[in-house]
Design a protein around this ligand. Structure first.
Ligand code: ADP
Length: 210
């Protein structure tokens, strides 16, 4: 199954995409995580992306589209995939649809209130390998320590209040128009993304299997 998870920053795309991908046995492909890996590895792409990411602006389309189409051409993506954080504007959506294997089965739109978004992002803590927790909703077993690899947990640099505000504005301007684009294609399923994490996962699975 090929799915796109769409929704504002803090909607829980990463958390849900990871859970659903495990259950459906398809790769969870997060362009944000891929770009953070490039920065950590000091690649050319990482150097080109870093400044824009720190400011909460989009990384240029040509870079992200090349990275993503390359990734979905991988052997493990043949049975399907879940895209988290891509596409983020119409140019990316059109490029995806035109690329081999880029026609998706469903677009899962996660709906949350803006006050909930702020609460989620301000409580979010991650380790350097991208494992994500929340101080209230998904606390690690030991405070400040990643359950998976024991690394320290920190706030993502772009989760500061000022940058979050810009990310929300960029979402409204660039990404929200994708809802209409995918509605016209008949692909959108809407999920209310508040409440317990496992309950939301169940709703998503029911919707995409229907
Ligand atoms: P969130 O969904 O919480 O905003 P992500 O991890 O998906 O966080 O993205 C972090 C940053 O990575 C974005 O603010 C942007 O700078 C960059 N990025 C990720 N995906 C894309 C994309 N498809 N196009 C352009 N920039 C992207």
């Amino acid at each position: 199954m090929r799915l796109i998870f769409l929704g504002p920053p803090g909607a829980g795309k990463g958390t849900q995409a990871s859970r659903v991908a495990t259950i459906l046995d398809v790769p969870h492909i997060s362009t944000g995580a891929m770009l953070r890996d490039h920065i950590a590895d000091g690649t050319d792409l990482g150097r080109q992306a870093a400044e824009r990411m720190e400011a909460g602006d989009l990384v240029p389309d040509d870079l992200v589209i090349a990275m993503l189409t390359d990734r979905i051409a991988g052997e493990d993506a043949v049975p399907g995939f879940i895209l988290d954080g891509f596409p983020r504007n119409l140019a990316q959506a059109r490029a995806l649809r035109a690329s081999p294997g880029g026609v998706v089965d469903r677009v899962v739109l996660l709906i949350v209130d803006e006050s909930e978004i702020v609460r989620r992002i301000s409580g979010r803590r991650c380790c350097s390998r991208g494992h994500t927790f929340h101080l209230d909703d998904q606390p690690p077993a030991r405070p400040g320590v990643c359950d998976v690899d024991g690394d320290p947990l920190e706030q993502r640099p772009d989760d500061s209040e000022e940058v979050v505000r810009n990310r929300l504005a960029v979402y409204g301007r660039e990404t929200e128009p994708l809802i209409g684009y995918y509605e016209e294609l008949g692909l959108i399923v809407e999920i209310k993304a508040s409440g317990p994490i496992p309950h939301i996962t169940k709703q998503i699975l029911e919707a995409v299997r229907a």
